[in-house]
Design a protein around this ligand. Structure first.
Ligand code: TYC
Length: 113
C-alpha cells in the first residue's frame, strides 16, 4: 500500500480499463473450405445445352459460357466455379437433375480446393 492511489496497480479502474467482460481474441480464424465445381466432357451432350447450363446455374454470360464449354470439350473437364460446400452441392445437384431430365449424360462433380 501507498498513500498515492495513482501508483497502485489494483486500484479502481478508470474508463476503458476494466477488461473483465471482454472476450479474448480467437487464436485462429479459419476460413471454411472451398469446393471447385467441375463439368466433365462426354460425346453426346449438345454443346448448346452445356452453354445453357453454364448461363443458367453459374450466372455466366454467353461468351464466358461458350468459352468454358469449349475448354471442357477440348480438355475433358474444367472448373466452372468455386463455392462453399453447401452452394457447390446445390449446383452439382441442380446440373445433374437438369441433365437427367433432358436425358443428357452430362456429369458435374465437386472437389475440395
Ligand atoms: N463433347 C460434346 C459434344 O461434342 C460437348 C460437351 C461439352 C459435352 C462440354 C459435355 O461438359 C461438356 N457435343
Amino acid at each position: 500500500m501507498t498513500a498515492f492511489p495513482d501508483m497502485m496497480s489494483d486500484g479502481p479502474k478508470g474508463p476503458g480499463q476494466d477488461t473483465s467482460l471482454l472476450t479474448k481474441p480467437k487464436a485462429k480464424t479459419e476460413r471454411p473450405p472451398l469446393y471447385k465445381v467441375m463439368l466433365l466432357n462426354d460425346d453426346y451432350t449438345p454443346m448448346e445445352f452445356v452453354v445453357h447450363v453454364l448461363e443458367r446455374f453459374f450466372g455466366l454470360n454467353h461468351a464466358q459460357a461458350f468459352e468454358i464449354m469449349l475448354t471442357v470439350h477440348k480438355k475433358g473437364l474444367a472448373v466452372v466455379g468455386v463455392f462453399s460446400f453447401e452452394v457447390a452441392e446445390t449446383k452439382v445437384a441442380q446440373v445433374m437433375d437438369f441433365a437427367r431430365r433432358h436425358q443428357h449424360p452430362l456429369q458435374c462433380t465437386m472437389e475440395k480446393e
